[in-house]
Design a protein. Structure first.
Length: 365
């Protein structure tokens, strides 16, 4: 089996919020680089990566440049291909656009490996379980008004979600009282039995994280996420030590080495792994194993259609973030039912690009 063709396309999706009817047109379009890798015997693997904003075209160029280097290689040799691409990229890695591009390629190769073995990715990686918990994400954003926040939270509960995530770290001039009020509104809307997470997106200082985080503790959050700068391992450790609420982090870092630093410093109680930034499925599984050795659970960030396989495969996989930004990329993607999401049973990823995206690839052949 040899790689015969590598193609990529930029796909722009509207910034909608379908989970609870969030304000339409909230933010710029979301641009994804979609990848198709085809072998000489007709097996296709697909991958996706995401950067956003002004550098999406540069990311596509990186995917194309790396993809051209693997034509003729055996797609099942994921480690060998990763080494080859790292060496070819020189000093442009290990983070940034190089790792984002590598992620799309690595994902497509694992899709091919699963199809060649006639196994779903979850089964190929260990097959520990077929369905996992999922939480609603993206419906309770910091930019949404309070009255919508309460209604959206109630809607999520009615739709069967038993876990959901909101945001703090408000824009502009804010006070601890305003931060606390948003959490209070959501907690009162959903009641005491629904798990509630809160994402700060690195918007607090260490002292704010400790001070405001202590005030949040009466609301019994499942976790506080990315409370301060992602690579301030000592600062994160201070927060984790001071709060009863678990601290989650990891989505902003690239590759596997930062997770070692985080785990050794006890910076996080929960490791959040972003498939794009970690460098693909190969790297994702290494971080999950590393976290297991530290007795730390792992959770996912974005792309739930693929992450469901990964969380299902590992013993310390806790929950999938269901933020449906990518659902329109695929035909019949998996969706949560009563707070759980089932890994596709088809071989590989068990996913197929939508007819419109497949048409774009076909037009270039």
């Amino acid at each position: 089996m040899k790689i015969e063709r590598v193609q990529s396309r930029i796909v722009s999706l509207p910034p909608d919020e379908p989970l609870a009817g969030g304000p339409a047109g909230h933010g710029p379009p979301r641009d994804f680089v979609c990848l198709s890798v085809t072998t000489n015997d007709g097996v296709e693997g697909i991958g996706v990566t995401f950067f956003g904003a002004a550098l999406t075209r540069a990311l596509k160029q990186a995917v194309d440049a790396l993809g051209a280097l693997i034509v003729g290689d055996d797609p099942r040799h994921t480690e060998a291909i990763a080494d080859k691409l790292r060496n070819a990229a020189g000093t442009s890695g290990p983070g940034g656009i190089f790792t984002l591009a590598l992620s799309a390629i690595d994902t497509a190769l694992w899709d091919i490996k699963g199809k060649a073995a006639n196994l779903s990715l979850a089964s190929l990686l260990g097959g520990r379980r077929s369905k996992v918990p999922a939480y609603a994400s993206g419906a309770l954003m910091r930019t949404f008004p309070l009255n919508h926040l309460a209604k959206a939270a109630e809607t999520l509960v009615k739709n069967g979600y038993t876990q959901m995530k909101t945001q703090a770290g408000l824009l502009g001039d804010t006070t601890p009282e305003q931060e606390v009020e948003r959490i209070r509104v959501v907690r009162e809307a959903i009641g005491p039995d629904v798990a509630l997470m809160c994402d700060i997106n690195q918007r607090w200082t260490v002292d704010q994280a400790i001070g405001i985080g202590r005030r949040f503790e009466e609301f019994h959050l499942a976790w506080l996420e990315d409370v301060t700068t992602a690579d301030d391992y000592a600062g994160l450790a201070r927060v984790a030590q001071q709060l009863d609420t678990p601290v989650a982090g990891g989505e902003y870092v690239y590759g596997i080495a930062p997770f070692r630093h985080m785990l050794e410093a006890r910076s996080v109680d929960i490791a959040m792994i972003d498939l794009f930034r970690v460098g693909g499925i190969t790297q994702w599984m290494k971080v999950a194993g590393m976290a297991e050795a530290f007795n730390v659970p792992v959770v996912s960030h974005l792309i739930p259609e693929i992450h469901v396989h990964l969380i299902a495969a590992v013993p310390n996989g806790r929950v999938v973030e269901y933020m449906p930004w990518t659902m329109r990329l695929f035909e019949d993607p998996p969706v949560p039912v009563r707070g759980e999401i089932t890994a596709p049973k088809g071989p590989g990823l068990g996913l197929r690009f939508s007819a419109e995206i497949r048409g774009r690839f076909a037009a270039a052949e």
